[in-house]
Design a protein around this ligand. Structure first.
Ligand SMILES: Cc1cc2nc3c(=O)[nH]c(=O)nc-3n(C[C@H](O)[C@H](O)[C@H](O)COP(=O)(O)O)c2cc1C
Length: 198
């Protein structure tokens, strides 16, 4: 593993200091302990516009829109991993996460339409998806977000090795949910182990 390589952590919540932020604090403290490089992307503070389906990426493999997404294409390419932490909004990931996901269509086009990948498809990368739902647990609470994430991680050529869900956050927030904290600790430790194997 190249010591310079980074893990990108996407904070999908617009709310500061709430559940997703607390989860990310836990992740970053563990990454620090293990001296792993990372960058937290607070995407609600970033200028990332939505895909306008203009077709430019189908001809060039690049996105025509120039904004805070522009440098992220290279960041995803160089990364050794991506962790997405998102609240559930209407049975899916939050709006801004979906906006970022749609913009990775440029990678998709470069690979599957142009057959000239603009991301190194041979590079090993590891992914994790963490979702927070305000409602008490119900059937398929996280399915909508999971399906989007499955495709997203394929698109950025990152092997999704772990998913973890926290229900009922509006009633029992992260700080009070010891059961979830324990599960999260184990998942992060395992993720770090896998990252170190790269
Ligand atoms: C627009 C909107 C839609 C939501 N939809 C869902 C939902 O479909 N299922 C669910 O369990 N929680 C839903 N919630 C609750 C959030 O997932 C919950 O409050 C979560 O803790 C937000 O993450 P945060 O605390 O990190 O900001 C929704 C909240 C908002 C604002």
């Amino acid at each position: 593993m190249n010591k310079e390589s980074k893990i990108l952590i996407i904070n999908g919540s617009p709310r500061r200091s709430k559940n997703c932020s607390k989860i990310i604090e836990k992740i970053t403290s563990k990454l620090d302990e293990n001296q792993l490089n990372y960058e937290v992307l607070n995407i609600y503070k970033m200028n990332i516009d939505y895909c306008i389906a203009c077709g430019y990426c189908e001809r060039t493999g690049k996105c025509i829109i120039k904004d805070d997404m522009t440098p992220l294409y290279e960041e995803f390419d160089k990364s050794i991993g991506t962790i997405v932490v998102s609240p559930m909004f209407f049975q899916s990931i939050s709006t801004k996460v979906k906006t970022l996901v749609d913009r990775t269509q440029a990678f998709y086009s470069s690979k599957y339409i142009l057959k000239q990948p603009s991301i190194d498809t041979k590079k090993e990368r590891r992914g994790m998806f963490i979702a927070v739902g305000g409602q008490p647990e119900y059937e398929n609470q996280f399915l909508g977000g999971q399906l989007v994430m499955d495709l997203f991680f394929k698109c950025i050529n990152t092997k999704l090795i772990s998913n973890i869900y926290m229900s009922n956050s509006d009633e029992v927030p992260y700080n009070d949910n010891k059961e979830f904290q324990e599960k999260l600790n184990k998942k992060i430790d395992n993720y770090i182990k896998e990252i170190k194997l790269i």
